[in-house]
Design a protein around this ligand. Structure first.
Ligand code: FAD
Length: 352
């Protein structure tokens, strides 16, 4: 092997790098702290024709028991938030390895609105544009100005403006059309000084009643609500040993509601839904699971469903990826047989 200044380890167990605490080893593992180390790691993989996988905080990840026969690049590019003040807004440029919640807290403390509802989402800044993280009525895409990334096709660093990121519900070019092409090294966010907190989510509206809250109050409220649902990572909370919501909310033609209603012998109006474009609706995956008998606290051996959140599949202790696959497949098959709907997995799967 050619000598390299970068410390590249071998056979590194990946489970400790994931919030599910599941997964076999990486054949090679590099923790990169700068853009130049990233370039070095990529060269290492290219020289040996190794497949690459980019790891952030491991909070949206299900690693197979066999692990990964390639190079895992752990993005640990850290540093202070670079702040630029413009006439009506403020720009935050943040290295990809920074913990996401720290950015939310910083902006909320500065009374900037835009990402306060995304408090408590685990993982790194670099992971947020990948699935366009969203919660409680906000999406990170609304505040992203541009994404800096290494383009594995051209071999150069590029700055991708928001308009070119292809953001949608839990999607972007980074997890669809250009999947595996870009490695995010920094994200720039724009906050408008005049933007006031706008609450659209029922839980939060109820929390504040008629009051107009400050961003920091929303930050705290969201964390409190998340904690109550086991959706805040906490070593003492077994319900938080998950990868967040395991299934996406499916988007279906409006007519599907009538079919489901007649099969279940219920009124179509009683089916919860959100508008999702012309003649389409988004159904809460949690409702489908519950109607199919997969309720909070459901147990299947070493895995189960969180006792406080229907969509969080949890590792109850010594679970393997195979255990998670078994529960996932059982749920999917039953939901498909009852509703004719294919549930899509939200966490990224590495191997298996
Ligand atoms: C308890 C809990 C609650 C959650 N709540 C929410 C929620 O409310 N809303 C929501 O949207 N998500 C939620 N998630 C999912 C997860 O936290 C987010 O998707 C997060 O942004 C993932 O970031 P990460 O750094 O952990 O990425 P990882 O899990 O490490 O990686 C996920 C994907 O992103 C890619 N990736 C990561 N970093 C980079 C990078 N720098 N460049 C290129 N690709 C990269 C990886 O290759 C992989 O494909 C939750 C997860 C948990 C465990």
């Amino acid at each position: 092997m050619a000598p390299t200044a970068l410390d590249i380890q071998q056979n590194v167990p990946l489970a400790p790098f994931t919030t599910l605490r599941i997964g076999g080893p990486a054949r090679f593992f590099a923790r990169v702290t700068t853009e130049s180390e990233l370039v070095e790691a990529i060269a290492f993989a290219r020289e040996r024709k190794l497949p690459l996988f980019v790891l952030g905080g491991g909070s949206n990840l299900l690693v197979s028991d066999a692990g990964f026969d390639g190079l895992v690049i752990h993005i640990a590019i850290d540093g202070p938030i670079d702040i630029t003040v413009e006439q009506d807004s403020i720009l935050y440029t943040v290295p990809a390895g920074v913990e996401w919640n720290a950015v939310v807290l910083s902006s909320a403390k500065q009374e900037l609105s835009g990402i306060e509802c995304l408090a408590g989402i685990p993982g790194s800044v670099g992971g947020t544009p990948v699935q366009n993280v969203g919660a409680y009525g906000q999406e990170v895409a609304d505040t992203i100005e541009e994404v800096r990334a290494f383009d594995l096709h051209s071999g150069h660093f590029v700055d991708i403006p928001r308009a070119d990121c292809g953001f949608g519900y839990r999607r972007s070019i980074f997890n669809t059309t250009s999947r595996g092409r870009y490695i995010v090294t920094a994200v720039c966010f724009r906050f408008n000084f005049l933007k006031k907190v706008q609450l659209t989510y029922a839980d939060l509206k109820h929390y504040f009643e008629k009051k107009q809250p400050a961003p920091i109050e929303v930050y705290r409220a969201v964390r409190e609500i998340r904690r109550s649902k086991g959706m805040l990572i906490d070593g003492d909370d077994p319900d938080s040993r998950s990868a967040g919501s395991f299934f996406k909310n499916p988007t279906v033609p409006r007519g599907t509601l009538d079919r489901i209603a007649s099969e279940l012998n219920i009124e179509p109006e009683s089916i919860p839904r959100y508008p999702a474009g012309e003649d389409m609706v988004k159904l809460p995956a949690a409702w489908l699971l519950e109607r199919a008998g997969f309720v909070k606290g459901y147990v299947l051996g070493n895995v189960g469903i969180s006792s406080r959140h229907t969509l969080a599949l949890i590792n109850r202790g010594e679970a393997s990826a195979a255990d998670v696959f078994a529960l996932r497949d059982t749920i999917r098959a039953k939901v498909k047989s009852i509703f004719g709907i294919e549930l899509e997995q939200e966490p990224v799967q590495l191997g298996g």
